[in-house]
Design a protein around this ligand. Structure first.
Ligand SMILES: *[C@@H]1O[C@H](CO)[C@@H](O)[C@H](O)[C@H]1NC(C)=O
Ligand SMILES: *[C@@H]1O[C@H](CO)[C@@H](O)[C@H](O)[C@H]1NC(C)=O
Ligand SMILES: [Zn+2]
Length: 992
């Protein structure tokens, strides 16, 4: 019935109905008149009074206890009563009933699902609500991303698709002014930095350490300016940041959702339980109390919570009354004014207050909500999903590049119809703060993985189409997703095949491939027909155990490949007449292994690492490494009943249990690789690997099934103990970009009372961590997000896997006890840590490119048999490699003749004498196969033209004045990037 009415909003007949009061639908008479959204649509405030901004909102998780689609439809309400489609239906209906009402909506993944099912008339009605600022989008990404375990490149992508949908659908009134991360469990500085560069005027969140919060309340520093980059010149990465008063809930006693039990406002004096006076006086008290901990005469109240407003009438009916009765008191001298508002209207008043705000320079990790309740477990929870998400990002970037390089044939070519969209959306959903974070129920984790797998399937068609077009061969292309456990049916069985290595980076990279094979001798040639050194080694016992019955290869073929920038190279492999079997591994640890660059020594007694040397710089550090576990608290602990769970890391004590003091060893040494295979227990093994041409040491760990027969949950770590004099300090990256210093038992912005010696010193590691002293820096690059800390001087530990027997009472309601069909006795996880040792002043020259190589790893595909003649064996999409400081962050088809390009300076200002310099790239000389006909610069999220991007400016306490904005480059084609700068362009292109 409602949508029937809405369908006719614009006709005079209906306007007449409104005028005679059938509906008080306050549509503007001429919908074409200029929109009054955003700051212009805010309700009047009363300057002399305390203004209370009521913000009706719903927090809709893009998957958590239910899958994203179950949440959308309201399926499985037995798990949790929640249905987003009904929320949006009901809210729109209620907004139409009173023009004063406001609502904000956040998660575009849901809004998009709802929008496409609405009639054209309903869409018009909603557009009008948006144009009038009655329905306002905040944040507006596909989801509200996790901040501890996400990589910036995937965050930028997911924001881009959400914001693009809003702009395409609603134009400028759909552009959110405020970033809104009310639920994520701690806040990353890099998130603030990218939000600033996306043009947001401000940022609000709900969760921070309880000690930090109480100090900020006392000193009224709950609102501040976050200076989120040490490299970008202020105010480029400055973001006004506010902490919400009640997380994101309404004040106690004022929750009027159907999910709540608070009493409604009963305002008929003739009926029972009349309570207006009572509610109003309680509200006035709450407002006055809240005002004491904020600086201005404006305060915000979040009126809503998880999946609320399914029956929005309950909320709005009571809020209408609350506003009426509270404001009526003004005639009796009350100086509190309450109004329907939005985060941007509240922000506008903070800006008008024209105060100076304190500057925040570090981040909001780790987050604790009580003395023994540190949310540092989810940094590692679900390590396999975390890795799958990370390689899916690499795969998506390759898929995007292929779509551009292949043109229309990529989506419809020799291998059929494929797309990049499925993967874009799957990745966007996976960034949610209960997705890659690992804090969802098991069936929901499975759903995220399934979506990513569907994305891969679509991308594989697209990639095959483009590779066929570029190479001129449409031989079927085989993808082997289980090379990490030596499974690939084609290479196992074939006697002649070719290997295509596609490199998504903008510079040539070398890569070591290991292919499962059954033969004992092979010949490998590169794309020019030259022989490539290759070796065959037996598959390790640990790998045989992990892969179970999925593959039968007895050997692995190893060789080094090299691929050109944004391009591929092809290698041919043929089985030679049965050669001698590969030498059996040597059953002991060597004294050392070394190549031109590195030397690693082992303790002959234990088989463990004992030192690492950089032979170029003549540095040596003592380096021992082993595997340990913490006993996860089951709640029976003298200090606290808090259990370890998906969110919370709560070891029962700081004691680490060693898995084995010694390792059983096998050594393999040949001209391509030297590897020491260490076997610690049936569930922990590792390969220490040094490739011939590598400046990094690879540690490939395999952990699981973590035993729980002793009824003890286990948090498994590896720890490096070194001679580096790190003085309680270590470093971790923020979302894969800038690096922050961490100091043991210390927080830069308040005096910490440390209550958890281990969990309270854990930080997210997205891509790297390091310890250093004056002379030596040991950097560990990870292949996924993990948690870690430096609990003793000179030591660095990284949590690899967790298996827990209890729920940690933060809502997920399941212990983190992962198993699968293939691993019913518990999940086995394999990953890599890459170690480098360098003088601190030049360490970034190694770890910056290395981390990008791990994030954007090459894609290896196979074709059976010899390459047909006329096949193009090598291709580069770039005219030349980009300078080493420049990272090609995004190359993605935007519209049929438009390409979205992001270029990034991948060094921080202080990183490197050599590379931390401005660098210039010419856009017309970028691509080898595309003519660039036009260019427009955009903001980071590509939802605004750069020259239109204006942000509110904020005064800060530090006395520093923001520098004047620098002018754009004189030439449109020459693009200069300064350290840590990302520039986003829309290019008009034509395939050559
Ligand atoms: C590979 O060799 C193993 C052991 O010799 C054998 O069981 C398997 O069938 C072979 N597989 C193929 C595909 O040749
Ligand atoms: C936003 O969308 C409008 C159409 O609604 C379009 O004209 C405009 O170019 C878009 N802006 C950007 C930055 O893409
Ligand atoms: Zn949430």
């Amino acid at each position: 019935m409602f949508s029937k009415m809405a369908t006719t909003v614009h006709t005079p007949f209906v306007l007449l109905l409104f005028q005679i009061g059938v509906f008080s639908l306050p549509v503007s008479q001429t919908p074409q008149e200029s929109p009054t959204c955003g700051y212009k649509s805010c309700h009047a405030i009363k300057p002399g009074m305390l203004n209370v901004h009521l913000v009706p909102h719903t927090h809709d998780d893009v998957g958590w206890l239910k899958t994203v689609d179950q949440y959308f439809y309201g399926a499985r309400n037995d798990i949790q009563h929640a249905g987003v489609q009904y929320i949006l239906d009901s809210v729109v209906d209620q907004l139409l009933k009173n023009p004063d009402r406001r609502f904000i909506y956040v998660e575009t993944a849901f809004f998009y699902r709802w929008w496409k099912r609405q009639s054209g008339d309903m869409q018009d009605t909603v557009k009008q609500l948006v144009d009038e600022g009655r329905l306002e989008f905040v944040n507006g990404g596909w989801c509200m991303s996790d901040e501890a375990t996400t990589h910036y490149s995937a965050v930028v992508d997911q924001m881009t698709i959400g914001l693009r949908f809003l702009n395409d659908t609603f134009g400028p009134c759909g552009r959110p002014r405020v970033a809104w991360h009310i639920d994520p469990f701690g806040h990353a500085r890099e998130h603030a930095s990218v939000f600033a560069q996306m043009g947001y005027d401000g940022f609000f969140f709900g969760r921070l350490d309880y000690q930090d919060r109480s100090r900020r309340k006392a000193s009224r520093e709950q609102e501040m300016v976050w200076r989120a980059s040490e490299s970008l010149v202020p105010p480029v990465a400055d973001l006004f940041t506010g902490i919400l008063p009640n997380g994101y809930n309404p004040p106690e006693g004022f929750c009027w959702d159907q999910l709540c039990d608070d009493p409604p406002i009963r305002d008929d004096p003739d009926l029972e339980d009349y309570n207006v006076e009572d509610v109003v006086s309680k509200f006035l008290t709450v407002a006055q109390e809240q005002a004491k901990v904020y600086k201005t005469n404006h305060i915000i109240m979040t009126m809503g919570s998880d999946f609320q407003y399914e029956n929005a009438n309950l909320w709005y009916k009571n809020l209408d009354k609350l506003i009426r009765y509270v404001n009526q008191k003004q005639v009796n001298g009350s100086n509190i004014h309450v109004l329907y508002s939005t985060p941007s209207c509240y922000l506008q008043e903070l800006h008008r207050a024209n105060l100076s705000w304190t500057v925040k320079r570090d981040d909001f990790f780790p987050y604790a909500d009580a003395a023994h309740d540190f949310w540092t477990g989810y940094f590692t929870s679900r390590p396999a999903l975390k890795r799958y998400e990370r390689i899916s990002n690499s795969y998506l970037q390759i898929c995007n590049q292929m779509e551009v390089l292949g043109g229309p044939t990529s989506r419809n070519g020799s291998f059929g119809v494929g797309n990049s969209d499925t993967m874009k959306k799957a990745m966007a959903v996976a960034q949610h703060h209960d997705a890659v974070s690992g804090t969802e129920k098991q069936h929901v984790a499975d759903d995220y993985a399934r979506r990513l797998a569907n994305g891969w399937t679509q991308c594989q068609v697209l990639v095959s189409n483009t590779l066929a077009a570029l190479s001129g061969s449409s031989a079927p292309r085989v993808y082997c997703e289980h090379l990490n456990i030596s499974v690939c049916p084609l290479t196992e069985s074939s006697s002649k095949f070719s290997v295509n290595v596609y490199n998504p980076l903008a510079r040539p990279v070398g890569w070591s491939v290991r292919l499962p094979v059954n033969g004992t001798a092979y010949a490998v040639t590169d794309s020019s027909g030259n022989a490539v050194d290759c070796q065959v080694v037996p598959v390790s016992q640990a790998t045989v155990v992990v892969r179970r019955d999925r593959g039968y290869a007895v050997n692995e073929l190893l060789f080094q490949v090299r691929a050109p920038p944004m391009g591929y190279s092809t290698y041919s492999v043929s089985l030679l007449q049965k050669g001698p079997p590969p030498a059996s591994p040597f059953p002991r640890a060597p004294k050392d292994i070394q190549n031109k660059f590195l030397k690693v020594t082992f303790d002959p007694e234990t088989g463990l690492l004992s030192s690492l040397s950089n032979l170029e710089t003549q540095q040596t550090v003592r380096l021992s490494q082993n595997f340990y576990w913490y006993n996860a608290s089951d709640g029976n602990n003298k200090d606290s009943k808090q259990m370890s769970g998906a969110y919370i890391f709560r070891p029962n004590s700081s004691t680490t249990f060693i898995i084995s003091k010694t390792a059983k060893i096998e050594t393999v040494q040949n001209s391509v690789v030297q590897e020491v295979r260490q076997w610690f227990s049936p569930w922990v093994s590792q390969v220490v690997r040094l490739y011939a041409d590598s400046r990094v040491l690879e540690l490939e760990w395999t952990v699981g099934p973590v035993p729980i027969g002793d009824n003890m949950g286990k948090e498994v770590i590896t720890r490096f103990d070194t001679s580096i004099n790190s003085s309680g300090i270590f470093y971790t990256d923020s979302n894969g970009r800038e690096v922050l210093q961490r100091r043991k038992d210390y927080r830069p912005t308040w005096t910490l009372t440390q209550t958890e010696p281990v969990a309270g010193n854990y930080y997210p590691i997205n891509s790297r961590a390091y310890i250093k002293d004056e002379k030596d820096q040991l950097t560990v690059v990870t292949d996924r997000s993990q948690g870690g800390g430096s609990i003793q001087d000179g030591s660095l530990e990284i949590m690899l896997h967790r298996r827990l027997l209890h729920d940690d009472v933060r809502g997920v309601g399941e212990p983190l006890n992962e198993a699968s069909d293939l691993y019913p006795e518990g999940l086995v996880v394999r990953g890599r840590l890459l170690l480098s040792l360098n003088p601190p002043a030049v360490a970034a020259n190694t770890h910056r490119p290395l981390a990008q190589e791990v994030v954007l790893q090459p894609l290896i595909t196979f074709t059976e048999g010899l390459l047909p003649p006329n096949t193009r064996p090598e291709f580069s999409g770039l005219q030349t490699a980009l300078p080493p400081a420049v990272h090609l962050l995004t190359v993605s088809q935007w519209d049929p003749d438009l390409v979205l390009l992001r270029l990034e300076h991948q060094y921080e200002a202080r990183d490197s004498k050599e590379h931390s310099q401005p660098v210039t790239v010419n856009l017309q000389k970028l691509f080898a196969t595309l003519d660039v006909l036009g260019v427009s610069e955009m903001n980071l999220s590509a939802n605004q033209w750069k020259h239109e991007m204006t942000r509110l400016d904020w005064k800060v306490d530090s006395g520093e004045k923001p520098l004047p904005k620098t002018k754009g480059d004189p030439s449109v084609w020459e693009v200069t990037l300064k350290p840590m700068e990302i520039r986003t362009f829309l290019l008009r292109v034509r395939l050559r």
